[in-house]
Design a protein around this ligand. Structure first.
Ligand code: FAD
Ligand code: ZN
Length: 474
């Protein structure tokens, strides 16, 4: 089906739906909707639409369907794979959910909260905490990303280990389908086996199957205490061992377990203000961990200290420190969260977001580092991230003094080398950021033709005109 550029009649009709405050045509005002977070893409559009309700979204999408105009749904525009911005041709409209930002209902007894898609993640967390509940999704973009974007990318973050990724935190969804009809799946049931679980189609679909307008989210008991610590180790294998010891000793209460290499910490200490090395000596690897409990008392800290003492005498651990107050815990987390920023002054960085079974984690890092160093002598690996989920952001900083654009020109070649190893180890080439535009071609190398065929037939069934975020994912 051929798509059309938005014409005058279409534009007048959509403006009438969303009202004078609901659209932006001025290119300068549009700018922040057109450039992606990583500045890999800069698109154009005739209009940015900012509806306020499901009804308005349904009318706008219905008009797009009728006029065969393509739509790019957008939340906080913090996505890392170019999925949330329109292409350069200017024929796609941006549908921003940012004004649908109301928390509709919080039910502590149901452990559930109903929200509109444009609510910022940090506000969801706050609203849960206000009723003594936890919404566990947490990532560095939480101050600006929206719940609709989180669900659409099936976001991960730092608590997946204990609570699962975004799709595990949802009881029900409301979705505007590509023809403008509204699917009301806003159930808040814990058990519902009445056929295919449709909500899971739309989560992780990156806006290619419909527009998520509302969601019922799962809440959890708020932990009474969190022990945060920072440990220095000789190897990644030792870190995997340490995690296993923690889980065994605490009954699976590790809520975050993040790894970073010495070079990463060096970059943080050099480039990020008000940071200090938490340990006295330098170590090849570090982990930052949270262990949480619903109970008060000293038991949890004692269990954590017991594991650390055993690991120290067992030669697994070199040194460790536990935060003794909230401020210290925040300072430790700030180290981890500032790593992507700290990499920037060191020059170009070729990035990967991959996962493998945790038993292959150490082997992945070792093999990928060696292979890329063979390809680009002097390249500086910065593998960091969510060890507890087998997910590592395998980033490579350019060799010292190298030409940045020459280095970045090897992005595709480096990706192939790393992704081939990931594939061999039974892993995924996009663990949490999605495919978007950036990895749409790359995935075809690794998913079986059958899986690609099934994905394409789902897309064709739900969106036969192909107006929903074209050029992304499939
Ligand atoms: P956008 O960027 O606006 O959109 C993302 C995708 O979802 C696009 O394809 C868009 O079309 C689609 N979309 C958005 N809203 C809707 C909707 N209502 N209906 C249908 N489709 C929609 N991700 C992780 O998984 N883990 C991390 O730890 C993590 N850390 C990050 C740290 C930083 C500093 C940054 C900048 C990003 C990070 N991300 C991480 C990327 C992550 O994907 C996004 O931050 C977030 O989940 C996207 O939310 P958003 O509202 O910004 O969505
Ligand atoms: Zn991550």
């Amino acid at each position: 089906v051929a798509l059309s550029r938005p014409g005058e009649a279409f534009l007048d009709a959509t403006k009438a739906v969303v009202g004078p405050q609901g659209w932006i045509a001025d290119p300068a005002e549009q700018e922040r909707y057109l450039i992606d977070e990583r500045r890999l893409y800069r698109g154009r559009t005739a209009i940015v639409l900012r509806p306020r309700s499901t009804e308005e979204v349904a009318c706008v999408v219905g008009l797009c369907h009728q006029h065969r105009v393509a739509i790019v749904p957008q939340g906080g525009n913090t996505g890392l794979v170019g999925g949330s911005v329109p292409n350069e041709a200017g024929g796609e409209v941006v549908l921003s959910l940012a004004r649908m930002n109301r928390i509709l209902d919080v039910s502590p007894l149901d452990y559930a909260m109903t929200v509109e898609a444009g609510v910022v993640l940090a506000q969801v967390q706050d609203a849960a905490r206000a009723v003594d509940r936890l919404f566990p999704l947490s990532l560095a973009a939480e101050g600006s990303c929206t719940i609709g974007g989180n669900l659409s990318t099936n976001a991960g973050g730092v608590n997946v280990l204990r609570y699962g990724s975004a799709r595990d935190l949802v009881l029900g969804l409301e979705v505007v389908l590509p023809d403008g009809r509204v699917w009301d799946g806003l159930r808040r049931l814990r058990k519902d086996n009445t056929g295919y679980d449709l909500k899971h189609l739309f989560m992780g679909a990156e806006g290619t199957l419909g527009v998520i307008t509302r969601a019922v989210l799962r809440l959890f008991p708020l932990p009474k205490q969190v022990v945060t610590g920072f440990a220095g180790l000789v190897s990644v294998a030792a870190a995997v061992d340490l995690l296993s010891r923690f889980q065994a000793a605490t009954g699976g209460r590790v809520t975050a377990f993040e790894v970073l290499p010495r070079f990463g910490l060096d970059l943080i200490l050099r480039h990020i203000a008000h940071t200090a090395d938490p340990l006295t000596d330098a170590h090849p690897w570090y982990v930052l961990f949270d262990v949480s409990s619903g109970e008060d008392g000293a038991g949890l800290t004692q269990a954590v200290e017991g594991v650390l003492a055993g690991a120290l005498t067992g030669g697994i651990l070199r040194d460790a420190t536990l935060a003794t107050n909230e401020a210290q815990a925040r300072a430790l987390w700030r180290l981890r969260e500032s790593l992507p920023e700290a990499q920037k002054p060191a020059g170009g960085s070729i990035k990967h977001d991959v996962s493998v079974p945790i038993t292959r984690f150490a082997e992945l890092i070792e093999r990928a580092q060696a292979a890329v160093q063979r390809l680009i002598p002097g390249v500086r690996p910065v593998p960091f991230g969510h060890l507890g989920d087998g997910n590592v952001h395998l980033n490579f900083t350019q060799p010292e003094g190298a030409d940045t654009s020459g280095f970045l020109a090897q992005w595709g070649a480096v990706n192939h080398v790393v992704h081939d190893i990931v594939h061999e180890l039974g892993g995924s080439i996009s663990a949490e950021h999605g495919l978007g535009r950036l990895k749409r071609e790359e995935i075809v190398r690794y998913k079986s033709p059958l899986e690609i065929e099934l994905m394409r037939s789902l897309k064709a069934t739900l969106d036969p005109l192909g107006i929903m975020n074209p050029g992304k994912v499939v």
